[in-house]
Design a protein around this ligand. Sequence first.
Ligand code: PEP
Ligand code: MG
Length: 825
Amino acid sequence: MIPLTSELVAIGKTASDKADAIAQAVDLLTAAGKIDPRYGASMMGREAVANTFLGNGIAIPHGLPKDRDLILETAIAVVQLPAGVDWGPGDRARLVVAIAAKSDEHLQVLSNLTDVLGDPAEADRLATTTDPEVIVARLTGAEPPAAAPAAEDFAQGFDVVIPGAHGLHARPATALVEIAKGFEAEIRLRHGAKSANAKSLISLLNLGAAQGAALHVSAEGPDAEAALSALAAAFAAGLEDDEDAGAVASDAAAPGLTGAVAAPSDYDGRLLPGVSSSPGFAIAPVFRFARDEVTFAKDAKDPAAERSRLDAALKTAWQQLEELHDEVWKKSGPTRAAIFRAHQEFLEDPEMRSAAEAGIAEGRTAAFAWHAAYSARADMLAAMKDAVLAGRAIDLRDAGLRVLQELGEVKAAEAHLPSDPCILVAEDLTPSDTARLDPALVRGLCTAAGGPTSHTSIIARALDIPAVVGAGAAVLDLPGGTAALLDGAAGVLVANPSAADIAKAEAAITARAAERETEARERFKPALSPDGARVEVVANISDVAEAEAAVAAGAEGVGLLRTEFLFVNREAPPSEDEQVEIYAAMIAALNGLPIIIRTLDVGGDKEIPYLRMPVEENPFLGLRGIRFCLAHEDLFRTQLRAIFRAAEKGPVRIMFPMIAMVSELEAALRIAEAVRAEIGAAPVEMGIMIEIPSAVMMAPELARQVDFFSIGTNDLTQYALAMDRMHPVLAKQADGLHPAVLRLIDQTVRAADAAGIWVGACGGIAGDPFGARILSGLGVKELSVSIPSVAGVKAVLRRVPMAENQALAARALVCADAATVRKLG
Ligand code: PEP
Ligand code: MG
């Protein structure tokens, strides 16, 4: 907290213009020995790119981050201008709160200001008081805010307490917005004296509702009652309170938080302590991450043209986020990709959009108006008392900047991304920045800001990059190339480490890496248990590069090629020849190892615009997977022809997704056989995904017609538990190790055994070493997992006797819930 004293508050002043007002604040700060007077130019520099007017007569001039070294000690100064001064078109500032902050100690002051912002009477009192102590008391929080009139509630509503450990942060708020948007009714959430539009993510985050906060939810409109019961159900289900939950629903299991934890004081070098974000050690020179600079003009002549530029930029940015979402989804699964959905939600925020349009209507460029709209909201979020909520400011800026880059002039930073191994140091990293990092070069990450629940931390853990966050502004002063050591588990960056420091870390790295090295070294050894049971460990892939990577990672083939990824991000489906070429390239990369090619599985969460899929109330229960292909026979036949042609080049199996009924399988087999006969191709093994409970029930009949089953535990779980695998509130409970799912798997294996066919599994739990033990114990013979999980799954299956896995599976089958099953591990 910054000590604000009355000598830094100037009362009853006048100023000729903004520059004069800032100069007066700079004089106060300079006289108090807080800044080098050149920091004034930096404050004016910021005004040139962003108007710091907050609203209600309050402006918060502050310098540019690059000039932080001109700050001698963090401080704020206040210049009161009762008559006001122009701060921008239509904006008059009466209280100028000049901030010189080395890091984020000023946030509490900003937070106190946000209360004043919502209260014109209080803002007026501060702008006219003749006593500097009144301002000091208000901004330091010594005097509590005057009670504001309670926001109006609608007639129907309910009270609720925020569940979860992190309050109403981005994910639960996104869940609420998604639900609210499905209704016509106006919906309001009130927290004390603040109220928010439930369809605006930013507005919800600005409530600052921490864990345990009491809320009143009210609604008005034709479907108000239904909206309220949907929201009540979401609250009752707990919302999404765990930032890193649900990893098991994806292919990639979360890396364990293992590794020696050193006490930071164990090091001799200069310690820059922060917060542990992702465990592990890195020893490499510092690389200062720089972001591209975006510049833009302030005024424009044609508001209509600016509005359409904004429209176009929002659409492009939304599409980029869609692609990024798909890419991260492929790499790390739906949970980790979800942040990009929240970014899309920011872009659709109705209140932010109106603010930007209002700026355009006043003659500003789209870029200026958009920048002002998102920056003001991000500044407010950053000032929140709740750290998790404050951390969402970076997400809003990230999404905002993406649009701005489409609207302004982008000047590429000289050294944007590293070309040599390094510890990457940054003020903060946006999820978009982090998703682009190459883990081969970025050995460690250290940010001045951020927290362990930030999405940057989540992505760093997914990429397995050791990371420290919240290390403060001092890390930004380290020149590029400084020798450094990062201890992720201890949460410390050590600049210029001693030889002893390095030796210690190297020993820990060696110990930590030994296990992985053994796994990696033995990755080509089959998963043969000590008691002689063999399980095939193969990989899930979606492109040619992954086929190569799978072989290099020790996979014994491909158990699932998700062909839908060949159809995304293009204007039309790939032609037959194009598909043959891709499948043949994969077969060549596999060099004799088998590949299971799953026919197109679109629908549900996988939408492909040019296929003009019908808009459905329940797409997961609609024209998905095989149903879509049977309804679009041309597309299906083209794909099957391509697969049969490619099958001449190596061992290919065909698998149909989403089979619910025997008749669907028979129709698919009939078409496949006709296609095969037409082109005179040799028969191949045919199989189906078992991912719908009805298929489990009909497994004896289905088994008679195919050569193998592969259990899609992701979908089987969602359909068995009736929990949408993408549901922001329920997805984390949709655990594939739930005994209900395990009993379905057990039943499937028995039916397959009776029919003499083999069973594989290709959902997320197959790649979790504990899940792999249970599945193999249940009799699953092939596990298809994400590429990074191959070596670990093989290792665990080689280490543990199959008899033990069978005993474990038997105990799991009689548990009452997933949590009890997980405790068996
Ligand atoms: C599954 O449902 O478990 C599966 C592997 O298929 P997908 O995740 O592609 O739906
Ligand atoms: Mg599936």
